[in-house]
Design a protein around this ligand. Structure first.
Ligand code: FAD
Length: 343
């Protein structure tokens, strides 16, 4: 059989990292990325890119932990390489704080032994947050976007992956050109494959200039957070289920800014405030599976990898590796059927 042709649809953090994993694990494949938008116009560009996992209720915790571990290990190595600044990947230390006594799961989250130096905050540290009773200190990683997406694109080009701007209305339209389709369309999968289980959770954030803020602060309810990046600090946020609007809401901007200033009063001096909105592609569980559909006796091999909700950065490399493994299974099946056809 000739080199298998794989199309990855979507160019957010999931699509680009999946295309890279496929190109790395299957060098004989011809990989193409097709997307209607590239950086800086994807949801992934809006994200803070912090590696603090979100829990997917429908995915076993050991699987989520494995995805997070693989992502953390990959980005830790990158943060320790000469490419760290170009890739926008860096370590960041800080605090997750709780107003009320946390539940046992909050007190010792499943990812506590993957991040570095996880420990309860001391009384002295908690004095910084007089409204909060309990907190955790740890060091994690952050991907700045767009630099991380641009770094992935550069790696893909260097490995010979083609990238084209194209809106795909139906995965079947790719059937005659490609052997395997990988669906990494994020919230776009709602329309593309009619997934009713996928819904948007709208998030509004502010990206500000406040270079003196060096530590992250996250309220345990996940609503208010301050995540310093290399050039900008991301202030958040909102979680609005089923709201599709991409227009910034000025009242929300003020509310986010006030909430963040109550945690870090020096932010009152922040400058150059830019407002961004993104739709988290949310689902009970990430859809990471093979699907063989058929029309009139013709088969279409699809690997789905979407629905990463609020945690796409935290698990992207782990889910990309699994998607690449599933693509490998599809290739083995295609090679098996082509050699049977020759007999
Ligand atoms: P996207 O980035 O949306 O990419 C989808 C791609 O598919 C796009 O390129 C799009 O153009 C393309 N596409 C869609 N439909 C079609 C079609 N029909 N034809 C062709 N192309 C198509 N996660 C974390 O881990 N840490 C964080 O700190 C964090 N902060 C966040 C803050 C906010 C405000 C938001 C909104 C999200 C945050 N997230 C965070 C979540 C994270 O952004 C997402 O989980 C992640 O970006 C999803 O990536 P994706 O590649 O699946 O989707």
């Amino acid at each position: 059989m000739a080199a298998p042709k794989v199309a990855v649809v979507g160019a957010g953090v999931v699509g680009l990292s999946t295309a890279l994993c496929i190109a790395e694990t299957c060098p004989s494949c011809s990989v193409t990325v097709l997307s209607d938008q590239f950086s800086p116009n994807t949801t992934s560009d809006v994200a803070a890119g912090m590696l603090i996992p979100h829990t997917y209720p429908g995915t076993p915790i050991d699987v989520q932990k494995q995805w997070f571990k693989e992502t953390f290990a990959y980005l830790f190595a990158l943060s320790n390489s000469t490419e760290a600044s170009e890739a926008g990947v860096h370590l960041v230390s800080g605090w997750q704080i709780f107003k009320n006594t946390p539940t046992p799961k909050e007190e010792l989250p499943f990812w506590s032994d993957v991040v570095l130096g996880f420990r309860p905050m001391s009384e002295a540290e908690l004095q910084k947050f007089p409204q909060h009773q309990f907190g955790q200190a740890f060091t994690t990683l952050k991907c700045d976007c767009p630099p991380y997406l641009l770094w992935l694109e550069k790696r893909l080009k260097a490995t010979g992956v083609q990238m084209y701007t194209r809106k795909v209305a139906d995965l079947w339209e790719l059937h005659s050109e490609y052997n395997i389709i990988v669906n990494c369309t994020g919230i776009g999968a709602h329309q593309l494959v009619g997934d009713e289980k996928l819904f948007p959770v709208r998030g509004q954030v502010l990206k500000v200039h406040a270079p003196w803020v060096k530590n992250f602060i996250r309220d345990g309810d996940g609503l208010t957070y301050i995540y310093p990046g290399i050039h900008r600090v991301t202030l958040g946020g909102t979680r609005e289920k089923e709201r599709w609007s991409l227009s910034p809401d000025p009242g929300t901007t003020k509310d986010i800014f006030d909430r963040c200033c109550s945690l870090e009063p020096s932010l009152r001096g922040a400058q150059d405030i830019k407002v961004k909105v993104g739709l988290r592609p949310s689902r009970w569980c990430v859809r990471l599976e093979k699907e063989v559909s058929s029309r009139g006796g013709v088969k279409l091999l699809v690997v789905h990898n979407y629905g990463h909700g609020a945690g796409g950065f935290s698990v992207h490399r782990g889910t990309a590796k699994e998607a690449a493994r599933l693509v490998g299974e599809c290739i083995a099946a295609l090679q098996g059927s082509s050699s049977r056809a020759k007999l």
